[in-house]
Design a protein around this ligand. Structure first.
Ligand code: HEM
Length: 425
């Protein structure tokens, strides 16, 4: 009888990335995984950190150090907000996996997920600051701090910030990231039937497919996916709308050309790349020639200044389906003037554009009601965003008694008063 060949399931990091350099041998007989040694106590160390000095360094980096990976609109703020969001937003309530509390976004599998393209560059930009503060500042804290400083620097009245996220030093090699054998495929059920413990709808995403479910540009169906994914992150409808509308007040999507020019992820890139991946071999491959998600659009008139334009355009215009230069479905405002600034050319302007997942906030009746209320009450919107951001970035740290540092907010999310509030600056 002919033997039936069984194809092994790709469940481990080494299954997905067989050419990954295996450094296990270097850890033989190592008393502990922690490179700082067995006696290292991060909580003790971080209490001696000069956080104001770190804030100054991050602000300097965001505004003035832009040669290697040129910042869109002259400011790395939106990139750091996306880094912090993707670090925190993979959290899932059913098994507590993912999230921002351990800095695991810098390791595979997370750093290699297609949703995280470009974040290898954001981490590399922060590296000199991590080196400067060393054992007193974890990657996990630095990543969330950089996104939060970015928000404040771009005009959001944030709630505060706590230090105290302790890094892990090895990837989480659990097979529980998903049963799929390919990135950007879903074998975990759809919408309300999404299998537990997953929150993201597809392997390699941290939430939903921005183009719509399975690439189908249907905003109402996208809303159903968003509701499930965000609920599995612990967010209700109000927090979901605040987070998406608040986040997309900033920055842009990158899809200058087809993904056929895109190189391998960081772990599959040659060793001399030292953790950088996704070389984009189209023109300069950076600045105006960048590929990240494959969409090409900017949401706001002021992409580095907090404002209400995202919500305003969402309801002001009718939307027409179009495609990005990389061939992804996205939406353009009908009969709109070219008013949106270009990220690199001061003489160029674009029409307002949106993702299918953005239009979900208009075409789902419950989301639309909240989004309209925010549009009519910008202060309420800003407060809701600041609160949801704090929850997103702190809820996996434990109770407020675990919070550390002078910028811990005065009030807990449940309204209990702790200590006088200070701003980050
Ligand atoms: C349904 C939920 C969401 C979807 C589908 C989504 C999708 C996307 C996509 C496709 C991009 C473009 C990435 C690129 O090409 O560079 C992007 C960028 C961005 N997103 Fe979201 N996003 C969501 C929620 C959020 C949330 C909750 C935040 C923060 C609170 C956020 C903050 C940002 C920022 C700041 C950028 C711009 C990054 C840059 O300019 O480099 N997003 N998002």
């Amino acid at each position: 009888m002919k033997e039936k060949s069984i194809k092994p399931r790709k469940r481990w990091i080494t299954d997905w990335w067989p050419s990954r350099l295996n450094l296990r041998i270097l850890r033989q007989n190592c008393p502990t995984q922690n490179p700082y040694g067995e006696d290292y106590d991060y909580i003790k160390e971080v209490k001696t950190l000069d956080i104001d000095a770190v804030i100054r360094d991050v602000k300097e980096l965001m505004r003035n150090s832009q040669d290697w990976w040129p910042a869109d609109f002259g400011h790395y703020g939106p990139l750091f907000v996306r880094l912090a969001w993707h670090s925190a937003g993979s959290y899932r309530i059913y098994d507590g996996r993912g999230g921002a509390r351990d800095g695991s976004i810098r390791f595979p599998p997370r750093i290699n997920w297609p949703d995280n393209i470009g974040l290898d560059k954001a981490i590399r930009l922060l590296w000199p600051i991590k080196k400067k503060y060393g054992r007193k500042l974890s990657w996990a804290d630095l990543i969330i701090l950089s996104g939060t400083i970015a928000l404040e620097d771009m005009g959001v009245k944030i709630l505060g910030f706590s230090l105290g996220r302790e890094d892990i030093f090895e990837p989480d090699e659990s097979p529980d990231w998903g049963p799929e054998e390919e990135m950007l495929t879903a074998k975990r059920g759809e919408k309300e039937n999404l299998e537990k413990p997953f929150a993201a709808t597809e392997m390699g995403l941290i939430y939903v497919n921005p183009e719509g479910p399975g690439g189908n540009p249907d905003p109402a169906e996208s809303a159903k996916e968003i509701r499930v994914a965000f609920a599995r992150m612990g967010m209700n409808d109000e927090e979901t709308v605040a987070l998406i509308a608040g986040g997309h007040a900033f920055g842009k999507c990158h899809g200058a050309e087809s993904d056929k020019y895109l190189g391998p992820d960081p772990t599959n890139s040659p060793i001399e790349k030292m953790g950088l991946g996704w070389d984009f071999k189209h023109k300069s491959g950076k600045g105006p020639d960048t590929f990240t998600s494959g969409f090409e659009l900017t949401w706001s008139l002021t992409p580095t200044r907090f404002a209400i334009y995202y919500l305003k355009f969402l309801f002001d215009y009718e939307w027409e389906l179009t495609k990005s230069p990389a061939g992804k479905y996205q939406w353009v405002a009908k009969n709109a003037p070219e008013i949106i600034p270009d990220a690199h050319d001061p003489y160029k302007k674009h029409k307002p554009m949106m993702l299918t997942a953005d239009l979900a906030l208009r075409f789902d009746p419950k989301y639309a009601e909240i989004a309209k209320r925010f549009l009519e009450n910008p202060e309420e919107f800003e407060k809701a965003f600041a609160k949801a951001w704090f929850k997103l970035t702190h809820r996996d740290m434990g109770p407020p008694t675990c919070y550390i540092g002078k910028y811990v907010p005065r009030e807990t999310l449940s309204g209990r008063i702790l200590s006088p509030r200070r701003t980050l600056m």
